[in-house]
Design a protein around this ligand. Structure first.
Ligand code: HEC
Ligand SMILES: [Cu+2]
Length: 365
């Protein structure tokens, strides 16, 4: 019943659907029975004449035993089913690939430890907001937040797990390409993934990522070899919480390896440039708090600030240069600009990335 509304794209999905339908059925039935009885009693025991007195009934042991025992049995059954499925989402001891998930206001970052080793990449491959998964391979997401509590949620996988600051949380599942996605025609696909021009500007990561792979890397994706599902943050985590979206792209083995190799190529030859800085600005979440057109968002705009003076909350006046920007990125609480909230989370950008951001800010005259 559940699949009418939403695809099932993991091996655990049918089990989750089953419990969901079972719970809906039981509660639906209970609702009908109690309300039918209620209506029946209202009619049967209505007051028939002035001054009629109701007979007094204190207790009925038979009924009490029935309504305690039956729900207890039902709950015990649900508990056993739930425990079984929960254990599968944990799947301790099974073979799996590891992907580190790092969440922050308002973006997701993925590090492919197992896959980087597999394709012999000396750097661990990383992606922002887009998670590439291989079909039919169990994956274990090891998740941590850099700031507040987030929640990793992909409805089609039936997977939802909180991402917290002080501890690692994890979840394991086997992603699949759902039947609906396999059988979609070009045209249906276009409609399915359609988003508005405004959305394209703010949340390009939810466009059809299979189409993007074809365009960007020229990867051959025959029908049914790729599906992209939306990743949501299911924990209210601040102002732009609703934009904390991503895509989980499930690929067949061959296509998956092709993508990993492209990433390896791309990430192996990154050089410092304003263009790369712009990409980071868009994918690393800076965009939600900093504008590049002069408007004040949460933090200061980056337009035309290079080389100008900035007043800090401790009264000092500093020049916006390489040192100031580097400190602002790595240790944001150390030098806080006056007139702005001290809320910027530390960003773990590497040297190349910080340099590129600096080049980018310089370029915004
Ligand atoms: C949650 C909102 C938020 C995000 C996300 C964010 N910043 Fe900030 N940032 C701020 C605020 C607020 C300030 C001003 C207060 C301060 O100096 O800490 C600031 C200040 C800065 C400054 C100093 C600018 C100036 O003119 O004084 C730099 C540089 C900067 N951020 C870089 C970045 C980069 C790079 C990223 C992305 C990798 C980023 N920020 C992401 C909120 C954010
Ligand atoms: Cu969030």
């Amino acid at each position: 019943m559940f699949e009418w509304f939403i695809d099932s794209a993991s091996t655990i999905a049918p089990q989750v659907n089953f419990v969901m339908n079972l719970v809906n059925f039981i509660t639906g039935l209970a609702f009908l029975l109690t309300n039918a009885t209620l209506v029946y009693f209202i009619i049967k025991y209505r007051r028939r004449k002035e001054g009629e007195i109701t007979s007094r009934i204190d207790q009925n042991h038979t009924i009490e035993v029935i309504w305690t025992v039956i729900p207890s049995i039902i709950l015990a059954i649900l508990y056993i089913i739930g425990l079984k499925d929960f254990r599968e989402l944990r799947a301790a001891g099974q073979k799996y690939k590891e992907i580190l998930v790092s969440a922050k206001q308002w973006s997701w970052n993925f590090t492919y430890t197992t896959d980087s080793d597999l394709i012999g990449s000396s750097k661990k491959l990383q992606t922002d907001n887009i998670l590439y998964l291989e079909e039919n391979e169990r994956v274990k997401l090891i998740m941590k937040s850099k700031d507040v509590i987030h929640s990793f949620y992909v409805p089609e996988f039936r997977v939802k797990e909180d991402v917290v600051g002080n501890i690692y949380t994890y979840v394991t599942f086997i992603p699949l390409i759902s039947d609906r996605q396999k059988n979609m025609s070009e045209q249906e696909r276009k409609i399915w993934y359609q988003i508005t021009e405004d959305q394209k500007e703010i949340i390009p990561q939810v466009e059809d990522q299979c189409e993007k792979l074809k365009q960007k890397y020229g990867i051959n994706l025959p029908n049914g070899s790729c599906a992209s599902y939306r990743i949501y943050c299911a924990e209210y985590c601040g102002k732009d919480h609703s934009y904390m979206l991503g895509s989980a792209v499930v690929l067949k083995k061959e296509q998956f390896l092709a993508v990993m190799n492209k990433l390896k190529e791309e990430q192996g030859q990154i050089t410092i440039s304003a263009e790369y800085g712009r990409q980071l600005y868009e994918t690393k979440g800076c965009k939600s708090c900093h504008s590049i057109d002069g408007t004040k968002v949460v933090g200061p705009t980056w337009k035309g600030v290079w080389g100008t003076k900035r007043k800090l909350i401790d009264g000092r006046i500093v020049t916006i240069d390489e040192n100031y920007i580097t400190t602002a990125i790595l240790e944001p609480t150390k030098e806080v600009a006056e007139g702005y909230p001290n809320i910027m989370p530390p960003q773990d950008l590497n040297e190349e990335q910080i340099q590129s951001i600096i080049e980018f800010i310089k370029s915004l005259k």
